[in-house]
Design a protein around this ligand. Structure first.
Ligand code: NAD
Ligand code: UGA
Length: 473
């Protein structure tokens, strides 16, 4: 029976899943550990082809340059999942774990079928000791389930250790977050072999992360901490968004309130930007997962508490859309709306769970005509988001493609429009010539700033009717 690798020299790492997490995390690891061979594998040939091309499958500031520096040296992308598993000492699992859409826990539990599939493939191909690292966000106790699948499907001669090492990067700042993380969390069994595996992974990260930022825990704490970290972040956004509704009903300004509250050192200023609602592939999924766990463990009050974060987010998106309709005289049928931004946040082309899609749905129900302008989002991604998250296709809304399109010239998108809706906080939106835009629009010309990024006073002086989040004019 072989044991785990002892040193980093000649170590081989395989990462299953070449997505938003697998690609960037392994790129930074390879950059800092030239003595380690890193291979990212995926079942999707097009995705791997893109990682091996000049046109990477995801946009992240600064990522392309580093990929080009290390790709072909100690970083590789491949579809040979089984072959790379066989070679590897450490296997990261960074596959997607979406919310279940069917069966028990549909609508809240995480679907861990991809994770289990990886365990079965690893059990089948492993001929030497493997450390398996859960990088995906998973329900608590997934590591135990993984271990059972591995042991039940291997020949008993191969040793496995499962570690939990959740990823905390945010999209748009992934390179910065990975180069200089707030912390790295590693959970593992608190026995001799578990501690040995933890020590090896700590050594890998210590190549560029200060040791005092590398936290080690038991597996369950690590798995749960990931869900809780996302829940806390999302909770702050829902809290300030709830206050934005109160600000609109009074004469308070949510930015001023956020500043006043956030300067208390105990509260802090991060994640207090009121918005049209949070999006992204993880906040909602991970909170729903937490809610499901609480319900499964007979803690309905705890589940209801966290579900409130999602309820508030849904309310905020709906409130924004309804305000648009109400302000435009309760009738937007056939009206042209320029939507600036469709990505769920700036500096990414990711549209998963974006608030823009939810707001669009309300506007499309009213048969408005939407011209989307986003620096990174493609029409393909936008229609995919409608299809998978909101179940809107040309079958369900036959005129879909005549009602919404991508138009990447903002001046063209806004020409003849009744309103502009800011959905994403892209910096370039601040620099457009709004006087020129105003002159080309229908009057009254409305701006609904769902991110509070524009100079509202200047827009009002130009002649716009301005609506923002958590403030009135
Ligand atoms: P993603 O959809 O971008 O990528 C997942 C990849 O896994 C896909 O390319 C898919 O083809 C591949 N895959 C699925 N099953 C496979 C299998 N059996 N064998 C080989 N490849 C397989 O997902 P992502 O955004 O990278 O998220 C991955 C995980 O990381 C999720 O659990 C997510 O919650 C978590 N996470 C994501 C982020 C983020 O910013 N996106 C941040 C932290 C954590
Ligand atoms: C989030 C977490 O920040 C990461 O730590 C975590 O690893 C990741 O989820 C994950 O598990 O996937 P991400 O979703 O990429 O990262 O981006 P965030 O910056 O957290 O933004 C999420 C959403 O909240 C965006 O729609 C953003 O616009 C919105 N937001 C953020 C606000 O509305 N207000 C804020 O103050 C901050």
């Amino acid at each position: 029976m072989t044991t785990f690798a002892k040193s980093l020299d000649g170590l081989k790492i395989c990462c299953i899943g070449a997505g938003y997490v697998g690609g960037p995390t392994m790129t930074i690891l390879a950059e800092h550990c030239p003595q380690i061979r890193v291979c990212v594998v995926d079942i999707s040939q097009p995705r791997i082809d893109q990682w091996n091309s000049d046109n990477l499958p995801i946009y992240e500031p600064g990522l392309k340059k580093i990929v080009e520096e290390v790709r072909g040296k100690n970083l590789f992308f491949s579809t040979d999942v089984e072959g790379e598993i066989e070679k590897a000492d450490i296997i990261f699992v960074a596959v997607n774990t979406p919310t279940k859409s069917y069966g028990i826990g549909a609508g809240s539990a995480s679907n861990v079928k991809n994770i289990e599939l990886c365990a079965r493939t690893i059990a089948k191909c492993a001929k030497s000791a493997k450390i398996i690292v859960e990088k995906s966000t998973v329900p608590v106790e997934t590591a135990s389930a993984l271990k059972r699948v591995l042991l039940a499907n291997s020949n008993g001669d191969v040793k496995f250790q499962i570690l939990s090492n959740p990823e905390f990067l945010a999209e748009g700042t992934a390179v910065k977050d990975l180069e200089d993380p707030s912390r790295v969390l590693i959970g593992g069994d608190q026995n001799e072999e578990g501690l040995e595996a933890i020590a090896l992974l700590v050594e890998v990260y210590a190549q560029w992360v200060p040791r005092d930022k590398i936290l080690t825990t038991n597996v369950w704490s690590s798995e749960l901490s990931k869900l809780v970290a996302n829940a806390y972040l999302a909770q702050r956004i829902s809290s300030i968004n709830s206050i934005s509704a109160l600000c609109e009903a009074t004469k308070a300004d949510v930015n001023e309130v956020a500043r006043a509250v956030g300067t208390d050192r105990r509260i802090g200023s991060a994640f207090l930007r009121a918005s049209v609602g949070f999006g992204g592939s993880c906040f909602q999924k991970d909170i729903l997962n937490l809610v499901y766990l609480c319900e499964s463990f007979g803690l309905p009050e705890v589940a209801a508490y966290w579900r409130g974060v999602i309820t508030m987010n849904d309310y905020q998106k709906e409130r924004f859309a309804k305000k648009m309709v109400r302000s435009m005289f309760n009738s937007i049928t056939g009206k042209r709306i320029a939507m600036f931004g469709f990505a769920f946040k700036k500096d990414t082309g990711d549209t998963r769970e974006t608030a823009a899609a939810y707001v669009s749905k309300y506007l499309l129900d009213e048969r408005a005509k939407i011209h989307v302008c986003d620096p990174k989002v493609t029409a393909e991604d936008m229609f995919m988001e409608f299809k998978y998250t909101l179940n809107i296709t040309e079958d369900t809304l036959p005129e879909l493609k005549s009602l919404i399109s991508i138009n990447n010239d903002p001046y063209d998108a806004a020409k003849g429009a009744h309103a502009i809706a800011i959905m994403t906080e892209w910096d370039e939106f601040k620099d457009y010539d709004y006087k020129r835009i105003y002159e080309s629009m229908q009057k009254p010309a409305f701006i609904f700033d769902g991110r509070n990024i524009l100079d509202h006073k200047k827009l009002i002086d130009i002649g716009f009717e301005v609506h923002a989040i958590g403030k009135t004019f």
